[in-house]
Write a protein that binds this ligand. Structure first.
Ligand code: CMP
Length: 165
């Protein structure tokens, strides 16, 4: 059965002109882009979206980053969309996603060739910079996906994006 997840190309992804390449990877990986919209988040909407991180030390910096420019928001559809998209984007820390040299990979990882290959191919390896500027977002569960999709998209027959963010 088809599943939905929310993907965001963050401000560094748009500034860096990575959107077309990322979308190509999305389509090549057999996701359907069911909805998409470009949004400039304000502080309040970014803080609401990331409410679960409000007590973290990096929260203010995260809000500053996510409001620094427009973001491209997409609803992705396929079987197992939530887990498959998380796998495709790679680890939160883009520097970790870029580890492709076996000499630099910790022992327990170097045993696992598949993990190294998949890190090398991840979207964050391709266009992310670090732990914060990691280029893309993916919902971490079905429950988060539904909340996050509802946050950005009004569920109407016309499928129009909510314009007030
Ligand atoms: P994401 O997992 O999409 O959503 C939460 C975001 O917070 C995460 O991507 C990063 O952009 C950012 N983030 C997570 N952990 C840290 C951290 N330790 N320091 C700075 N930013 C972080």
């Amino acid at each position: 059965e088809k599943e939905r997840t929310l993907a965001i190309i963050k401000p560094d992804g748009l500034f860096g002109n990575h959107s077309d390449r990322i979308k190509q990877v999305i389509l090549d990986s057999h996701f359907n882009i069911a909805k998409e919209t470009v949004v400039q988040l304000d502080e309040e909407s970014a803080a609401t979206f990331y409410a679960e991180h409000s007590s973290k030390s990096f929260f203010a910096s995260l809000i500053n980053y996510m409001t620094s420019g427009p973001v491209l928001v997409m609803v992705l559809e396929k079987e197992n969309a939530v887990a498959d998209w998380r796998h495709l984007i790679g680890p939160t820390d883009a520097r970790e996603a870029k580890i492709t040299d076996p000499q630099r990979v910790p022992d327990q990882l170097s045993q696992n060739h598949l993990l190294i290959v998949s890190s090398a191919l991840s979207i964050r390896a391709m266009c992310g910079l670090d732990l914060q500027k990691n280029c893309v977002h993916g919902s971490d569960s079905n429950k988060s996906a539904e909340r996050e999709i509802a946050f950005f998209f009004k569920e109407t027959s016309s499928d129009e994006a909510v314009a007030n963010h």
